[in-house]
Design a protein around this ligand. Sequence first.
Ligand code: CA
Length: 228
Amino acid sequence: MSQKVVAIVEDEADIRELVETHLHQALFQTVAYENGSSFLTSLARQIPDLVILDLMLPDMDGLDVCRFLKNDPRWATIPVLMLTAKATETDKVVGLEVGADDYVIKPFSPLELVARVKALLRRATLSTKEKIIRLGNLLTLNVDQYQVTVQGKQIHLTASEFRILQLLASSPGRVFTRKQILDFLWGQEKAVIDRTVDVHIMNLREKLGVAGSKIKGVRGIGYKLEAV
Ligand code: CA
């Protein structure tokens, strides 16, 4: 397994070094940034597996950095661990509202921080590896057996249709771009065009009947499966 890359966005050099040292010991790769804008610029070159994000940065508020990530489908799935000196409940709520995945309050134990990083990465890996995915009583996917039922009735899908539905259902409400859907279907193979996704989605909607109406197009971006 390749090493996971953890980005650290923190203006205090001491904390940056402390965190990097402990992450290296735990066999993570790190990239460190002193401010929010240099980190956001770096996303065009490299997308980290996780971000440790300080709340108080010299150029921007960490919450704004987090909001920016979570509102962009290209980066919304990167787990964000917020670092904060503030410990009030309000700050926690605001952080979670903008989509932060976890919180560590300064001063923190580096070992605790590494444990949280590992837990978040495990959770991120699991989300597309669920064996049984359920959308209320409406839809059930059995990933091992490639079986789908809508209100208890089995539906026959092609392998591609099944994979698309599996991806959408792994995170109801989340918008997936056509590119993300294609990458999930065919890995890095680039021979297929965006319209392929639209055709699969059209067929999928028809076959799923009442559950098919839960698949929504998001203009100019891609598709999502609405939560029930
Ligand atoms: Ca700071």
